[in-house]
Design a binder for this molecule. Structure first.
Ligand SMILES: C[S@@+](CC[C@H](N)C(=O)[O-])C[C@H]1O[C@@H](n2cnc3c(N)ncnc32)[C@H](O)[C@@H]1O
Length: 507
């Protein structure tokens, strides 16, 4: 550590930031958050450091940096730093070329996939900032999906910056956010409030916002709904990351995409990495990645399962192929019969192998709630929601006191767009175990999505109380690498985000 200490309020010299302190802060940010400060951003970093020292009443920069080394991720001093070094600037319908591709290429293909029947669309805006990106997609889906009410539209948006998420949940914007938005869209979906514009609830309620650090947190997750995505938008986020961090995050994204699913980065984010399961594609002037592999059956609308093909022209969005073709191309995992192996495969999210192992167990030992539940979990992870719902319900019938069966069934029902049945499933799980942390958490998020703000926040507070009572270092059952401590941090953020959204602004 560098710098000297001085107790005088008059002395401003101690608050002067040295090059070494800046460098130490750069190293800290890279390791802790994956954020890389480039040479041209050093002035901003220095200004942020100086203002943080004053704002939080530190005698000198060293003390602030020392505190950062010791604090938890939800600490307000760290959050202030992150919020200031990652510029959250965004606007509606940003990058016309990409938006046109999504509107005229990606979306019609997705709709056509169901051969005219309603299906599902899963979209994730990773690094969503104030929400303009995911709301643009919500408006696009609202306009472009025929018989929309019968579709299951799942829109998720996450960010590391809780302040930005609070703005996103409130969904109120200044005119500067509309610099790329057609006037007709503004008029149709926004109402003027004082000098700002409030997004209609019909659109804002389509999106689930949650706190997530792309670098430190684990995904895909079934509980968080971050899996089997048809589209991931992670635009203008990688500009902050070093190459190793970008690669690690891209690998996680690859595992979150449904085969044929699209990952779109910002124009300035294109990276030169070779990630298994991701193919770089081009449509006109737009580049994107497409998920290869045949491990998801898109069965949400088809009586016969339809598989997605990865071959075809660069400009094409995936086409359906027959089950036989798909199975022939898919490697068959080795058979295994033990429940322990099954447990392991589930914890590693190796869904295809779970299916084979579960069937082997069911053949050998007959119907067992545990095995059915594992199989249902794999089906949910592969996006085969109809089968997952059926099997988790079957598991709950076989063992009515299995809280995980009710919980998984409720999660699948949320994804299928049946919030009322999902809520009753969550309540059954909580009846069996009133201290079931994940059920309180998911019930809270469900209530918030239903516009029940007070009840939702109360459920999150219940979850927080349980998370704080757990062993901080211990992993929560079924939540990929999520410790009680991390869960408590995430819950505190979410409580903050939703508590500070007034009823008026969320209306
Ligand atoms: C420039 S904004 C991009 C907003 C939007 N995607 C767009 O393109 O308009 C970058 C966002 O990435 C978020 N971000 C930076 N590092 C992150 C991390 N490690 N995990 C999650 N979000 C992160 C920032 O908080 C910020 O909101």
């Amino acid at each position: 550590m560098t710098g000297t200490s001085c107790l005088s309020d008059e002395c401003s010299g101690c608050r002067t930031v040295t090059w070494q302190q800046e460098t130490e802060l750069c190293d800290y940010l890279r390791v802790r958050t994956g954020i890389v400060i480039h040479e041209h951003q050093r002035d901003d970093l220095r200004a942020t450091l100086q203002s943080a020292v004053t704002r939080f009443g530190y005698a000198q920069a060293d003390d602030y940096i020392q505190h950062l080394h010791e604090c938890s991720p939800d600490n307000q001093e760290l959050e202030y730093l992150i919020a200031n070094v990652t510029v959250g600037e965004s606007y509606f319908f940003r990058d016309k070329g990409q938006m046109e591709f999504l509107r005229t290429g990606w979306l019609p293909q997705l709709v056509a996939r169901g051969k005219g029947l309603p299906g599902s669309v899963r979209v994730w805006s990773a690094g969503c900032s104030h929400g303009q990106e995911i709301y643009s997609l919500a408006i696009m889906l609202h306009e472009g999906v025929p018989a929309r009410a019968q579709w299951n539209l799942q829109l998720h948006a996450t960010d590391i910056n809780a302040e930005a998420l609070t703005v996103a949940v409130a969904a109120r914007y200044s005119s500067w956010s509309f610099r790329s938005t057609p006037e007709a869209i503004c008029k149709r979906y926004f109402s003027p409030v004082n000098n700002e514009f409030q997004l209609r609830e019909e659109i804002s309620s389509m999106v689930n916002f949650s706190y997530l650090n792309l670098v430190e947190d684990e995904f895909p997750t079934i509980t968080g709904g971050l899996h089997s995505m048809d589209l991931i938008l992670c635009r203008n986020v990688f500009i902050y990351f070093d190459a190793a961090t970008v690669e690690a995050v891209m690998r996680k994204f690859a595992r979150c995409l449904a085969p044929g699913g699209v990952l779109m980065l910002g124009g300035a984010d294109m990276v030169n990495v070779d990630i298994e399961g991701l193919e770089m594609q081009r449509a006109g002037g737009v580049f994107y990645y497409r998920r290869t592999g045949l491990d998801r059956v898109v069965d949400l609308w088809a009586p016969e399962p339809v598989y997605l093909d990865n071959s075809g022209d660069a400009d094409d969005v995936p086409a359906a192929v027959s089950r036989e073709e798909a199975l022939a191309a898919d490697a068959t995992p080795e058979k295994t019969e033990s429940i322990e192996t099954l447990d392991q495969l589930v914890s590693q999210q190796r869904w295809n192998e779970v299916l084979v192992a579960a069937d082997a167990c069911l053949d050998g030992e007959g119907e067992s709630a545990t095995v059915l539940l594992h199989k249902a979990c794999a089906l949910a992870g592969l996006g085969r929601l109809g089968e997952a719902a059926q099997l988790s319900q079957q598991a709950a019938l076989l063992d009515p006191m299995d809280k995980h069966a009710h919980f998984l069934h409720a999660l699948v029902l949320i994804e299928q767009g049946d919030p009322d049945s999902a809520e009753s499933g969550m309540r059954k799980a909580l009846y069996i175990d009133p201290r079931f942390l994940e059920a309180h958490h998911q019930l809270g998020l469900l209530q918030l999505r239903q516009g029940q703000r007070d009840k939702g926040v109360k459920s999150l507070v219940n979850a927080l109380e349980i998370a704080e009572a757990g062993d901080p270092e211990c992993t929560i059952h079924g939540a990929a690498d999520m410790t009680y401590q991390r869960m408590a941090e995430v819950l505190r953020k979410e409580i903050d985000i939703y508590s500070s959204t007034t009823s008026e602004s969320s209306a």
